[in-house]
Design a protein around this ligand. Structure first.
Ligand SMILES: [Fe+2]
Length: 133
């Protein structure tokens, strides 16, 4: 079975981020913003800046608690976590975040409680961060 498309692209000029839900037939990125092709967003797993972005994860029997960074990530209008999500196989749970909130969320799991998941967070400045849990 083909995996679902979960690609992110970002404009290097204006910071627009776009998530692709379905692939096209083009052989290379074809979307444009500010007159340029969008850059693919690569997944980061190691943070040299005091671990402000790598998700910190605590797994409990029926939930997964996530906070972004061992040093709390800023949540200002200019610099914040846009969303935090759990991804596994063909399901995804996503919580959109807002400036002023704590960069943390508890996902309640009603099934798939023991399944390995990817915990991902998207920073509007520093991109996509991921950890397996
Ligand atoms: Fe950031």
């Amino acid at each position: 079975m083909k995996n679902h498309v979960r690609e992110l692209y970002k404009c290097s000029k204006c910071n627009l981020a776009v998530e692709i839900a379905s692939s096209c037939a083009c052989t290379e990125p074809c979307m444009r913003c500010c007159g340029e092709k969008l850059d693919p967003v690569t997944v980061n797993t190691v943070d040299a800046d005091h671990e402000k972005h790598v998700p910190h994860v605590e797994r409990q029997s029926d939930s997964i608690c996530v906070k972004i960074g061992s040093v709390e990530h800023p949540m200002t209008e200019a610099h914040h976590i846009v969303w935090i999500e759990l991804v596994s196989g063909d399901w995804c749970l996503r919580k959109y975040m807002h400036p002023g909130e704590k960069p943390a969320v508890e996902f309640k799991l009603c099934c798939n409680k023991n399944e390995k998941v990817k915990v991902r967070a998207f920073c509007n400045i520093h991109g996509l961060w991921e950890r397996e849990a």
